[in-house]
Design a binder for this molecule. Structure first.
Ligand code: DX5
Ligand code: ZN
Length: 220
């Protein structure tokens, strides 16, 4: 089977949060059967975002039942240090923390992630100023990639925020070393266009789980 996670140089990561909540195993089967190689787990604490999703036990189950799928965890939580150990134990292979959390907790989270030697990155809210990233340049050089939200964090099924095009172009120009991942509201036309602006990986939820022919939505 053609591995469709990478088409050319770009990577598609289906978001399990957008799958039917009572059919997560089927959803993981669909990801695997569709030739994708990674799963994006959206973790929400009902505090950083006004929603809740699932816990580390879902990542553990995915590791046990679908060991070949790469497990990326997007922590939309105010206090990542409470969660990093349990998601590390559950088999998270990359963890994103939000740049917008309390600075002291951000520092503590990064130290923990580095102690655990887990590939990690920042996720940034659509309203976070890109100029402000300059202050984090040394940390940015230690990250695996930057997760650029193209919807407001907390819900799948939202519409793509068009200002993301410009944000990706700005990031590509001013932070050329960063690997850029876009997350939220994506369809194939966004993916095709954002690749030309410099993004190389894409989290897809609704377009993957809510359309029959998901290759049409993801463009591959
Ligand atoms: C939103 C999440 C996204 C979302 C993607 O907070 O971070 O990963 O679930 O789903 P769609 O593609 O439907 O926006
Ligand atoms: Zn996400």
């Amino acid at each position: 089977m053609k591995n469709k996670s990478f088409s050319g140089k770009c990577e598609i990561l289906p978001s399990l949060f957008a799958a039917p909540p009572l059919h997560l195993a089927n959803a993981l089967q669909k990801i695997e059967a569709s030739g994708y190689r990674s799963v994006h787990f959206d973790i929400m604490d009902g505090h950083f975002v006004p929603n809740m999703s699932f816990g580390p036990e879902v990542v553990t189950a995915a590791r046990e039942e679908f060991p070949s799928l790469f497990r990326e965890v997007h922590l939309m939580v105010s206090h990542p240090p409470h969660w990093i150990e349990s998601f590390y134990q559950s088999g998270a292979q990359r963890i994103f923390i939000h740049l917008e959390i309390e600075p002291a907790i951000l520092q503590q989270s990064i130290q923990l992630l580095q102690q655990k030697n887990i590939p990690w990155g920042f996720a940034i809210h659509p309203e976070t100023s890109l100029e402000s990233l300059q202050a984090y340049i040394s940390w940015l050089h230690q990250t695996d990639r930057l997760l650029v939200m193209s919807v407001y964090p907390g819900f799948s099924g939202q519409s793509y925020l068009s200002q993301t095009d410009e944000r990706i172009s700005f990031l590509r120009k001013h932070f050329p070393f960063l690997s850029l991942c876009v997350d939220g509201g994506l369809g194939s036309e966004h993916i095709q266009r954002l690749q030309t602006y410099g993004a190389s990986s894409f989290v897809v939820g609704s377009c993957f789980f809510k359309t029959e022919n998901n290759s049409a939505c993801c463009g591959f």
